[in-house]
Design a protein around this ligand. Structure first.
Ligand code: F6R
Length: 574
C-alpha cells in the first residue's frame, strides 16, 4: 500500500512527481505529499487526492513523492509523507510498516516528532546517523528497522542523489537518459522509460541524474540488471472508457485468449495441493480446487493466505503450494509462500505482474499475461487466473479443456451491457444483495458479492445456495434481491429449488442462466443469459455479468469506482 516516487534529472521534479503519483494512486489515496530540493528542502502535503498537489509549484529537478493508504495514524497533513528530520533537511517517503517504531521513538527521545506514523522514525534515525554521507546514514538506519519498507530519501545538502532501498515492499528503478526514477511500480515512469531495474530484497540504490549504483545492505557494490518492460503507456490509460474497471472488463475476450496460450512447464507432481491467495484471487483459487479435484483427482485444499500463515499447516516435501496474486506483492500471500518453502513444499505462483516478489520467490511461476490492471477491483486478472488454473488442471490430468469458444462467448455477454445497466437501475437503491451459486459457481457467488460490496458499498453476501436454509434465508424480503447462478449443470435443479424457496418469501431473483433456458423465466424476475459451454468452464462466463452488475450499480450510486473508499490495489501490509 502507498505509492512512492523519486525523480532526478533536468525537468521540473514537482511536475514529473505529481504525474507519477496520479498513476500510483491506485495504491492508496487518502493523502499525498512531495518534497523537492531546490537549494532548500521544500515540502508540501495535502489530505485527499494527489490532484490537490497540482497547484503547488516548486522549482528544482530532484524530489520524492508519496500517496498514502493509512496504517498508523489517520489521514492528516501531519501524518502524510514525506516525513522530515528535525533540522528539516532530510525527507523520507515510505511504503510498508515499521513494527518496532515505538521502541525506536523511545531511543530517539531527543528528536521532536510531529506525526503518529511509524515512518517518521526513519527520517530521525537517518538524521541521527548522518555525517555527510547519505548512503552510509541510510545503511546504518535500516539495520535498526524491523518490518517492511521501500524508501526514497533525499537530503538538502545532496541535491544530486536519491537513496532508494527496500525490504519486503516493492521498488523499481526507471533508467532514463539524463534522468532516473524510483517508484513502487513501473506504471509511475513508463511514459518516460521502459528500462527498469527491480530492486531485490535489502538492496540499496544511489540514484543520480546520469547514473545509478546498486549496493547490498552491507554497502558492497552490485551489478545492475536492467530489463525492458513489455507494456506501454496505452495500457495505463482509459482509452475512452469512463473507468479503468470498465475498460478492464471489456478487455477480457482478449486477455482470456492471451492466457489460454500459456504453456505450463512447472513441476506439478504432488500428494496434495494447497491453493492459497487473498480476496478475488482466492476465489479463483477456490474454482481451481473444484476443477483440479474433478479432473486430476488430487486432494486439493483451499485456504485463505491470511489464515494459512498462522495455522501451523501440515505441509511438507511431497506437497505443492499454489499461490495466486495479481500484484505478486500481497503480504499474506507472500508470507504463505515463504512458510510453505520453509516447510519443504514445492511452490508455484500464478502471478500477473512480471518480476514481482512472489513471482521471483516461487519455485515455478505461471504468468497470467492479463496486462496492467489498474482498477482497484480486480476483473480481468481474475478470469486470467481461472484460465491458468484450467491449464494446470489439464496438465495434471492429461484431459483437455476446450477454451477456444470462451473469448467469443465473453464478447456476447459484454454485448448485454445495456440490458445489465437496466437491471442495475431497478436495484441500485437496495441496502443488501445475496449471491448464490453451487459447485464451481459457488466461488463466483462469493466473487459477485465481493465486487458488489467493494465498489457500490451495498452490503452483499455470497453463499453456497444449499446453505440458505441454514440461516441466511432469514434475510430474504422483497427488498433484498438475490443473484442466483443457475446455469445448465448437474446442480441446476437444486439451485432452482433454492430460487423457489426465495420466491416463496417474496425475494426478487436475478438469474444467470444458460442461453435457451426459457423455463428459468418462470422463476426469476430478471434473467441474464450466458452462452452454453462445458459446465466446469462456466465460471469464466458467469462472472462477467456480475462484474457488470456491480460496475453499473456503483456507477448509478455515483461511487468512486476505480478508487473505492478504504481500499488499495496492492496490499503489502498484513
Ligand atoms: C478485489 C481485489 C482484491 C485482491 C486481493 C489480492 O477486487 O482486487 O480482493 O484480489 O487484494 O490481491 P492480489 O491478487 O494482488 O494478491
Amino acid at each position: 500500500m502507498c505509492g512512492i516516487i523519486g525523480y532526478v534529472g533536468s525537468r521540473n521534479a514537482c511536475e514529473v512527481i505529481v504525474r507519477a503519483l496520479e498513476r500510483l494512486e491506485y495504491r492508496g489515496y487518502d493523502s499525498a505529499g512531495i518534497a523537492v530540493v531546490n537549494e532548500k528542502l521544500e515540502v508540501s502535503k495535502v489530505v485527499g487526492r494527489v490532484e490537490k498537489l497540482k497547484s503547488r509549484k516548486f522549482e528544482g529537478t530532484i524530489g520524492v513523492g508519496h500517496t498514502r493508504w493509512s496504517t498508523h495514524g489517520k489521514p492528516s497533513i501531519e501524518n502524510a509523507h514525506p516525513h522530515v528530520s528535525c533540522d528539516g533537511k532530510i525527507a523520507v517517503v515510505h511504503n510498508g510498516i515499521i513494527e518496532n517504531y515505538l521502541e525506536l521513538k523511545e531511543e530517539l527521545k531527543t528528536h521532536s516528532f510531529k506525526s503518529e506514523t511509524d515512518t517518521e522514525v526513519i527520517a530521525h534515525l537517518i538524521e541521527e546517523n548522518y555525517s555527510g554521507n547519505l548512503k552510509e546514514a541510510v545503511l546504518k538506519a535500516i539495520k535498526k528497522l524491523v518490518g517492511a519498507y521501500a524508501l526514497c530519501v533525499v537530503h538538502e545538502s545532496k541535491p544530486d542523489e536519491i537513496i532508494a532501498v527496500r525490504s519486503g515492499s516493492p521498488l523499481a528503478l526507471g533508467i532514463g537518459v539524463g534522468e532516473n526514477f524510483v517508484a513502487s511500480d513501473v506504471s509511475a515512469f513508463i511514459e518516460h522509460t521502459k528500462k527498469t531495474v527491480y530492486l531485490n530484497e535489502r538492496e540499496l540504490a544511489v540514484v543520480k541524474k546520469n547514473g545509478v549504483e546498486l549496493f547490498d545492505s552491507e554497502g558492497k557494490k552490485k551489478q545492475l540488471a536492467i530489463v525492458e518492460v513489455n507494456w506501454d503507456l496505452e495500457q495505463a490509460q482509459k482509452s475512452g472508457f469512463k473507468h479503468f474497471m470498465l475498460k478492464e472488463i471489456f478487455e477480457q475476450p482478449r486477455t482470456v485468449e492471451e492466457t489460454s496460450k500459456i504453456k505450463i512447464n512447472a513441476e506439478l507432481k504432488a500428494d496434495k495441493i494447497f491453493i492459497t491467495a487473498c480476496g478475488t484471487a482466492s476465489y479463483a483459487g477456490l474454482v481451481g480446487k473444484y476443477v483440479i479435484e474433478r479432473l486430476a483427482r488430487v486432494p486439493t485444499e483451499w485456504v485463505l493466505a491470511s489464515e494459512f500463515r498462522y495455522s501451523n499447516p501440515i505441509v511438507g516435501r511431497k506437497d505443492l503450494l499454489v499461490v495466486i496474486s495479481q500484484s505478486g506483492e500481497t503480504a499474506d500471500t507472500l508470507a504463505a509462500l515463504r512458510l510453505a518453502k520453509e516447510k519443504g513444499a514445492r511452490t508455484l505462483a500464478i502471478v500477473n505482474v512480471v518480476d514481482s516478489t512472489i513471482a521471483r520467490e516461487a519455485d515455478d511461476v505461471v504468468y497470467t499475461r492479463a496486462g496492467l490492471e489498474i482498477g482497484v477491483a480486480s476483473t480481468k486478472a481474475f478470469t486470467s487466473q481461472l484460465v491458468a488454473l484450467y491449464k494446470i488442471a489439464e496438465k495434471m490430468s492429461g484431459k483437455k479443456m476446450d477454451l477456444s469458444g470462451i473469448p467469443k462467448a465473453i464478447e456476447k455477454i459484454l454485448a448485454k451491457d445495456k440490458e445489465i445497466t437496466e437491471i442495475a437501475r431497478k436495484y441500485f437503491k437496495v441496502y443488501n444483495f445475496l449471491f448464490l451459486g453451487r459447485d464451481v459457481n459457488y466461488p463466483i457467488a462469493l466473487e459477485g458479492a465481493l465486487k458488489m460490496k467493494e465498489i457500490s458499498y451495498i452490503h452483499a453476501e455470497g453463499y453456497a445456495a444449499g446453505e440458505m436454509k441454514h440461516g441466511p434465508i432469514a434475510l430474504v424480503t422483497d427488498e433484498v434481491p438475490t443473484v442466483a447462478i443457475a446455469v445448465n449443470d448437474e446442480v441446476k435443479t437444486k439451485i432452482i429449488s433454492n430460487i423457489q424457496e426465495i420466491k416463496a418469501r417474496n425475494g426478487k431473483i436475478i438469474a444467470i442462466a444458460t442461453e435457451g433456458d426459457t423455463e428459468i423465466k418462470k422463476h426469476a424476475n430478471e434473467v441474464i443469459y450466458v452462452p452454453k459451454t462445458d459446465a466446469l468452464l462456466t465460471p469464466l462466463l458467469t462472472v462477467i455479468p456480475l462484474q457488470l452488475l456491480a460496475y453499473h450499480t456503483a456507477e448509478l450510486r455515483e461511487c468512486d469506482i476505480d478508487k473505492p473508499r478504504n481500499l488499495a490495489k496492492s496490499v503489502t501490509v498484513e
